[in-house]
Design a protein around this ligand. Structure first.
Ligand code: COA
Length: 169
């Protein structure tokens, strides 16, 4: 655990938005042919909501971003029946393997749960083991934009006499 890493919510005017958009545009821009970096930055700014869906989180080392994850309404254009989504989980290569993505995912889970969502979704081509360890389960295998991916689902369960929602670990 990297105790010095803070997970923070980003507002649309944060100087870090452009950095995060650059990472995710480099990683997944091919899924959005024709989308420029400027458009990706503008779209990410719009996703920097004050709470709930949409929200953008960053992992910061001091004031330097090293990772990101988002909670968005829609991440799969032909599956608008599924919502909301954990999306854009990314950690800089030199910071990987230290639990930072796990903390980002858990922060997004807390956000979705606190907003009363009973479950939410993600899709991944190759990170299923990471998410399974964090309590996600496989829902569907499919091809999406030329890639074999797994849609995964995370359920939140009611617990205690007052049936407050909580995250099942
Ligand atoms: C996938 C990705 C987000 C994982 O980020 P990460 O910060 O390395 O993830 P974590 O550290 O939480 O977990 C990854 C591994 O580190 C291990 N780990 C967790 N905490 C650790 C710690 N304190 N010390 C050492 N290892 C640790 C985990 O067990 C896990 O093991 P694995 O290699 O067998 O999977 C990162 O590799 C990445 O950005 N990849 C490119 C983009 C991408 O594929 N995103 C996912 C899209 S679905």
């Amino acid at each position: 655990m990297e105790a010095r890493i803070r997970i923070v919510r980003l507002s649309g005017d944060s100087p870090h938005v452009a950095t995060l958009a650059e990472w995710t545009h480099d990683a997944w821009g091919h899924l959005h042919p024709g989308r420029s970096l400027e458009t990706a930055i503008a779209l990410l700014r719009e996703e920097c909501g004050p709470a709930g869906v949409p929200s953008v989180f960053a992992a910061l080392d001091g004031d330097t971003p090293v990772g990101t994850a988002c909670l968005v309404a829609d991440d799969m254009s032909d599956r608008r029946d599924l919502t909301p989504w954990l999306a854009s989980v990314f950690v800089l290569p030199e910071w990987r393997g230290r639990g930072i993505a796990s903390r980002l995912v858990q922060r997004v889970e807390e956000e979705a749960c606190a907003q009363g969502h009973g479950h939410f979704y993600l899709y991944t081509p190759d990170q299923q083991p990471l998410y399974r360890r964090l309590g996600w389960r496989d829902q569907e295998e499919r091809d999406y934009r030329g890639e074999a991916v797994t849609i995964m689902r995370r359920d939140f369960v009611a617990s205690g006499a007052d049936a407050d929602q909580s995250i099942s670990r």
